[in-house]
Design a protein around this ligand. Structure first.
Ligand code: FUB
Length: 450
């Protein structure tokens, strides 16, 4: 059973409340281990992917989503999978991508065919891929806990790769980003640095566990991580140097009780003047410890650079800009949805599919300015249906209903249009799909015209 069918089973309970929710930010698949990257004016959110109905970690690929407003996320598909690495067997666990000299380097852990967990690096000319294995072998294999790489380039150009569970290790990467100089260094996990009460890490650290997220802000280096064993909370340590010594600071997010997962995983960015913590929970229908979902909440650093305790919310964050409906927008740009899925084809790229009667997509904070007169949608269909456009709620003002006729096949794309009622200003918009039984149509992109 896929996530759509799971969602449908709880539709009645979930729909009304969820149409107003923002967390988890992705609902089409289960996502985990968020790794946000700000590049130019866009947030690229790289995630792991928990397969539906898993009761162990079943993770075969990673996904990418982008946003320029922090509330509408465009699905960029899966640019990287275990299959990209000839030496890897399974376990697409937590990674991080970074830009350098016009290329993008994505560090990811996987189980090696013979050696156990190892860290590989994939490279691309574009942040959305395609990525290829840069080395044809692991970049790092130092022990059984080589997971969760985090990468950072300091102001002097030196880059660092930290990783590990239950240990924390690092290397200094060379400028090529695909090799390193010197030895693998093991960071002392002591009480001062990481609130670890046992010297013997095999007795399980009481604080640092895994999921390090390394960055610098105003001359202070931050190591944010999952802590405390099972279930995990989030905590952080700081240092005035990229290699420590580290000073344990505090918990940043307590164990998420109801709707949580037994793991958590931080990803921190500053974007458009605001600070955000990405993390994951198990709150989608069918969700749990092995079917997790990425969330984001805003926080403010204290004046001394310390991080306050951050409360996970259902409401999520506010938009940092409005969406322009007068340029082509991808149908897979979504603030919230119900029932649909996304797919990729050679002629359409990523598009919305598995659309049934009553399914919907919510797009937040759309700026209609003085109003639109025409709605266009690029679609394909083997049957047909309607795209209803509602303002501000699922049952809100109906601007129009765009008919989608049979185009001959689900990969025969055409652009349809309809006149719409003029509406001014900023609105949340709901595409509500209507038709008879079964898959109605596929939906690739839309735009309004004046
Ligand atoms: O997603 C698999 C593992 O669970 C990650 O590598 C850890 O950080 C934890 O989230």
């Amino acid at each position: 059973m896929n996530i759509k069918k799971i969602v449908l089973q709880v539709t009645v309970l979930f729909a009304a409340a969820s149409a107003q929710a923002q967390n988890p930010i992705i609902q089409t698949i289960y996502t985990a281990d968020p790794a946000p990257m700000v590049y130019k004016d866009t947030v690229y959110l790289y995630t792991g992917h928990d397969e539906d109905k898993s009761n162990v970690f079943v993770m075969k690929n990673w996904h990418c989503f982008t946003s320029t407003d922090m509330v509408n996320w465009t699905d960029r598909g899966s640019p990287l999978s275990v299959k990209t690495f000839s030496w890897a067997k399974q376990d697409a666990w937590a990674g991080q991508c970074i830009a350098r000299n016009g290329k993008f380097y994505w560090y990811v852990p996987m189980t090696h065919e013979t050696m156990g967990m190892s860290i590989g690096v994939a490279v691309s000319d574009s942040p959305t891929g395609p990525f290829k294995d840069a080395l044809g072998k692991p970049l790092v294999h130092s022990g059984y806990g080589d997971i969760d790489p985090t990468v950072f380039i300091d102001d002097d150009g030196q880059s660092y790769l930290y990783w590990g569970n239950p240990y924390l290790k690092y290397v200094k990467l060379n400028p090529d980003m695909i090799s390193y100089a010197g030895e693998v260094v093991t960071v002392p996990l002591n009480k001062e640095g990481f609130n670890v009460r046992y010297k013997d890490v095999d007795k399980r650290p009481s604080a640092y566990e895994e999921a390090p997220w390394f960055y610098k802000r105003k001359n202070l280096y931050y190591m944010h991580y999952a802590a405390g064993g099972v279930p995990e909370h989030l905590a952080y340590s700081t240092s005035t140097s990229p290699t420590g010594p580290w000073v344990y600071r505090d918990t940043t997010m307590r164990v998420i009780g109801k709707g949580g997962a037994f793991t958590n995983h931080p990803g921190v960015i500053d974007y458009k003047g605001r600070s955000y913590l990405f993390y994951h929970n198990g709150a989608l229908p069918g969700g749990g410890g092995f079917t997790r979902s990425v969330c984001v909440d805003e926080f403010q650093y204290n004046k001394d650079g310390s991080i306050p305790q951050i409360t996970p919310t259902t409401e999520g964050v506010k938009p940092v800009e409005h969406l322009n409906p007068f340029i082509r927008q991808e149908a897979e740009t979504i603030a919230w949805e119900q029932g649909i899925e996304t797919e990729r084809s050679n002629n359409a790229g990523v598009y919305v599919t598995e659309i049934s009667n009553g399914d919907f997509i919510k797009v937040r904070s759309v700026d209609f300015k003085k109003g639109a007169g025409i709605f266009q949608a690029n679609v394909s269909s083997a049957s047909g249906g309607f795209i209803e456009i509602h303002m501000d709620s699922l049952e809100g003002e109906l601007l129009g209903a765009c008919e989608v006729k049979n185009t001959g096949s689900l990969q025969s794309w055409t652009t349809v249009s309809t006149k719409v009622k003029k509406t001014k200003g900023i609105h949340d918009m709901y595409f509500v799909f209507k038709g008879s039984q079964g898959d109605l149509f596929n939906f690739n992109w839309w735009r309004f015209d004046k």
